[in-house]
Design a protein around this ligand. Structure first.
Ligand SMILES: [Zn+2]
Length: 437
């Protein structure tokens, strides 16, 4: 029974030996990158488009001419922007070679190079590691299993998958989620959470103003989550481990509890989905309205709020016969929350949480809602979103020494935001991407 393990072990030792010796240097030399000179482009400088020249050397942007220029590319007056990001989507997961190729292509086509997956099965991440975070693919970070209470969200997702055969019991506790009901649970399970090497920690708050009322009531299964009193201790542990914390919210009280606990990112805007799917509940929307005080607190703490409003905006702008009142109530709530965040300069990132799509649909829907002007939207999508996915990388700006990753648009997105779809060329870490079928 032990024999089959010898071969992979020998391979591992061999690759470790190779990694320490000369063969690596030989490989690097064989993969020498092309140095490009990009002329006649108009480059986004965070405020406007500026005619200038850039070179790409070693995967970075520079304005100094390198000793060797391998190729000159004429951008013909087009508009260069940093790549877009998707701050909330669960669709980057292993679903076979073809499935992943389709997902990758969908993102690269939309110009979305950076993706954050805020709750995934560890086994759906492992096979991806060799296929992502390389110049020719998308760059992705994963939370692994989220932290919630017994019977809390995302248990509903797991139950549906158990019924359909998409998951087994081994994918539940300790894989897709960790239940933390008290400080002992946290102390006992933290080692396993960290051992899974998450890129960040995902936590859940859900109607936390009714935590006590909901925690033992079966009618609230999947519509409850962590005891908000436990969140500060989770945040402290995560920060000690160098991990940022994202928190799922549903109500304004959840937002408040997340902020005082010290989380780094709030996922969803209150109003993104009504309780148990009933949009009419937003006709009394007071419990979903973010307060001025909390918006100020979020700004002061540099907390990022991730939108995920695709379907809520669809609902708000829908003109259903006899249901205009519901649409208007949803619209009023969304506009109130977004305006409150804008007024206090809270960092807003674009995430769709839309499994079959990318953040492109979220960005275009936010544009339809008309709360943000084109410049603000573009900066949210290119800068804030990239930052909240990879806060330590030099991405999101077209500046000296930053990663040579950008999109060439055939028309000006500041004039018409929908021009973000007109992508003529994609460059990632100094490589021109070709999206062959
Ligand atoms: Zn989600």
């Amino acid at each position: 029974m032990r024999k089959p393990f010898i071969a992979p072990l020998t391979l591992l030792m061999l690759s470790l030996l190779l990694a320490c010796g000369q063969p690596v240097a030989v490989m690097a030399a064989a993969r020498r990158q092309t140095n490009y000179e990009f002329v006649n482009g108009r480059w986004f400088d965070s405020r406007k488009f500026v005619a200038r020249k850039f070179y790409t050397v070693g995967g970075r942007l520079t304005s100094s001419k390198p000793a060797r220029v391998d190729s000159v590319i004429d951008l013909a007056g087009k508009f260069i922007v940093p790549p877009f990001g998707e701050a909330h989507n669960h669709n980057v997961e292993w679903n076979g070679e073809e499935g992943f190729a389709r997902t990758k292509r969908m993102y690269l086509e939309a110009g979305v190079f950076y993706v954050k997956n805020p709750n995934n099965l560890p086994r759906a991440r492992a096979p991806l590691l060799a296929r992502i975070n390389i110049p020719t693919s998308i760059d992705v970070v994963f939370a692994n299993g989220g932290l919630t209470a017994t019977g809390g969200h995302p248990l509903g997702v797991v139950r549906r998958n158990l019924e359909r055969g998409g998951m087994t019991q081994a994918d539940a506790e300790g894989a897709f989620y960790f239940t933390i009901d008290n400080p002992m649970d946290l102390a006992r399970k933290w080692a396993a959470i960290e051992a899974g090497r998450p890129d960040f920690i995902k936590t859940y708050l859900q109607y936390s103003e009714e935590y006590a009322k909901r925690k033992n009531d079966d009618s609230y299964i999947d519509w409850r989550a962590l005891d908000p009193a436990l969140l500060p201790a989770i945040v402290r542990r995560a920060h000690r481990a160098g991990l940022r914390v994202s928190t799922h919210v549903e109500t304004a009280t959840d937002v408040h509890n997340a902020l005082v606990a010290g989380v780094d990112e709030i996922n969803h805007m209150p109003g993104f989905r009504p309780e148990k799917g009933d949009w009419a509940k937003y006709q009394d929307s007071s419990r979903y309205k973010i307060s001025e005080t909390d918006a100020r607190l979020a700004a002061r703490k540099h907390v990022v709020v991730v939108t995920t409003l695709v379907s809520a905006i669809d609902r708000a702008l829908e003109k259903k016969e006899g249901e205009a009142g519901v649409s208007d109530a949803v619209r009023e709530l969304l506009v109130h929350n977004l305006q409150t965040l804008r007024k206090h300069n809270v960092r807003v990132a674009i995430g769709s949480d839309s499994y079959r799509q990318t953040s492109q649909v979220e960005a275009l829907n936010l544009h339809r809602l008309k709360v943000f002007d084109n410049l603000t939207l573009l900066k949210m999508w290119c800068e804030t979103t990239a930052w909240t996915i990879f806060p330590k990388r030099k991405i999101g700006h077209l500046r000296e020494g930053y990663e040579a990753s950008f999109l060439v648009l055939s028309a000006d997105p500041l004039q018409d935001f929908t021009n973000v779809r007109k992508i003529d060329m994609r460059v990632k870490q100094g490589e021109i991407l070709s999206l062959e079928k």
